[in-house]
Design a protein around this ligand. Structure first.
Ligand code: GBH
Length: 496
């Protein structure tokens, strides 16, 4: 257990949340059960060729029917929180253009009660990429300002029904990823991008649409926070934030050009959203490079954005090197274009690799990235409270077999230990981090990879849907127990 075994006090505060994370489309299944409407992801995965192994989330891990078993697994691990998302289309099958699906409300009531019954705090995301397909069909979803009104209508229902028991709300999961994958590269719904990106079936404009979508995501976030603050927060006493995908961008050299490039990469990825929400305007680098292509905030928008947030949710998995593409020529590749800020992003530059490669092409093990990322956010945003809302290791494994080796996931244990250790360092140095969630409790539907990539502390057999703990589940249980075994005086009160 590295540093925590040797020191006499835990760096994690006594009320720190330790949990696991999940999302509706990746976990629930039951895609048409009890009146649920179709989501954008239901429609997308049903088109041939969209998902690597041809699978979809129709059943996923059947959490809709097995939630009590899953809560029991969490209870066994000893977590005190669970991050999950609500399916918008399960609650409002047709958005604001139809009725509330009471069976959907009932399901989430049962899940929330089951969690609270075991002392597990619900940490709830309002939209984790999935929206009712109706909103795509009527007005092209996030491309239209109309979605702000739909989001307001939906979150109002959620706060009203669940807000007495839910004290942590996330408006949106990774709006940066949703904008990029749905509208720049087009590999996710609604599959929009410029012809240069290849297979986009629904038209698009990779130079402009990601920023229009981001604008509507930002204002939808602001609308939800504003509603929560004015109508609910005083009585319900919860907190509300947003979750960003974060990558630590390490300059490939000490040159000021590469350092500026790493800063630009950060601005075009994370600060793109957090700056407007917290500082009131887009990052300077984005304004300079994109000019008119960046939709401006009206006076009214700026007023709305002032509602801000109570915490930043940080999804963090990996780091990349960055090389400048403004002052010197660089190869074309991820990040190098104008709309990405002219900052080439790669795990390997000049023959140096950022960390240990894994079976996923985007995930390199670089634990120091956690401390650096958290510290960067701490300083840029004045030490606003943070939660690590996702961190974990995925492995490509399409076999579905359950062998001793598959359960003996020492690589995942090493990964989690390294990243938690690095997080502990950031906290010791003063970062205000209040919780940490492993992605994920179970293997689940991993978007474009379908069932072929597994992130679970538990293995799921996709034929029987049996859940089996891996070594990492037992390791996490012991890790949490050890943290709470330290007394307030800083001495270890229980043997380990
Ligand atoms: C998270 O992001 C999701 O919130 C979660 O649902 C998902 O299961 C989990 O991660 C594991 O993937 O190569 O530049 O795109 C998922 C999407 C995939 C976005 C990896 C960032 C890496 C950087 N992420 N990607 S890049």
């Amino acid at each position: 257990l590295s540093v925590k075994e040797n020191s006499s006090s835990s760096p994690f505060p006594s009320n720190f949340l330790f949990g696991t994370a999940a999302s509706s489309y990746q976990f629930e299944g039951a895609y048409l059960t009890d009146g649920k409407g179709l989501s954008n992801w239901d429609v997308f995965t049903h088109k041939p060729g969209t998902i690597m192994d041809g699978s979809n989330g129709d059943v996923a891990v059947d959490h809709y029917h097995r939630y009590q078993e899953d809560v029991n697994l969490m209870n066994h691990i000893g977590v005190n929180s669970y991050r999950f998302s609500l399916s918008w289309a399960r609650i409002l099958p047709k958005g604001r253009f139809g009725k509330v699906n009471l069976a959907g409300i009932h399901f989430y009531n049962c899940l929330i009660d089951a969690l609270l019954n075991k002392g597990i705090e619900p940490f709830v995301t309002l939209s984790h990429y999935d929206i009712p397909q109706e909103l795509e069909d009527r007005y092209e979803g996030w491309l239209s300002h109309e979605i702000q009104e739909d989001f307001r209508y939906y979150v109002d229902i959620c706060f009203k029904n669940f807000g007495e028991r839910v004290k942590y709300w996330v408006t949106l999961n990774e709006p940066n990823v949703a904008s990029i994958r749905g509208y720049r590269t087009g590999i996710w719904p609604p599959s929009r991008c410029s012809a240069a990106f290849g297979n986009c079936t629904n038209g698009g404009d990779s130079e402009r649409e990601p920023f229009i979508v981001a604008y509507n995501l930002l204002l939808s976030h602001a609308t939800a926070v504003d509603l929560y603050r004015t109508k609910y927060q005083k009585n319900q006493g919860g907190r509300i934030g947003v979750v960003m995908n974060t990558v630590w961008y390490e300059p490939i050299s000490n040159s000021s050009e590469d350092k500026l490039a790493a800063e630009r990469a950060q601005s075009f990825y994370m600060n793109w959203f957090l700056d407007p929400i917290i500082l009131g305007e887009y990052p300077a680098e984005m304004r300079e490079i994109l000019g008119e292509d960046l939709p401006a905030f009206s006076r009214n928008d700026m007023e709305k954005l002032k509602s801000g947030l109570d915490f930043i949710g940080v999804n963090h998995y990996t780091s990349f090197f960055v090389k400048d593409c403004i002052f010197s020529a660089c190869e074309t590749g991820q990040g190098s274009s104008r709309t990405e800020g002219y900052a080439l992003i790669s795990p390997q530059i000049n023959g140096i690799c950022i960390g240990k490669p894994t079976t996923l092409d985007w995930l390199y093990v670089h634990p120091q990235g956690m401390e650096k990322m958290v510290t960067y956010i701490q300083h840029r945003y004045n030490n606003i409270p943070m939660f690590i809302t996702e961190n974990g290791l995925g492995t490509r494994d399409s076999s579905n077999s359950i062998t001793k080796e598959i359960l003996n996931d020492v690589e995942r244990v090493d990964y989690l230990r390294g990243y938690l250790d690095s997080l502990a360092t950031a906290i010791r140095k003063g970062a205000d981090v209040r919780g940490y969630f492993v992605w994920s409790l179970l293997d689940n539907f991993e978007w474009s990879d379908g069932c072929s990539t597994r992130f679970g502390l538990h293995h799921v057999d996709y034929t029987t849907l049996n859940r089996t703990p891996r070594l990492s589940a037992i390791w996490y249980k012991n890790f949490i127990a050890l943290q709470s075994s330290y007394g307030r005086t800083g001495t270890k009160t229980a043997p380990y």
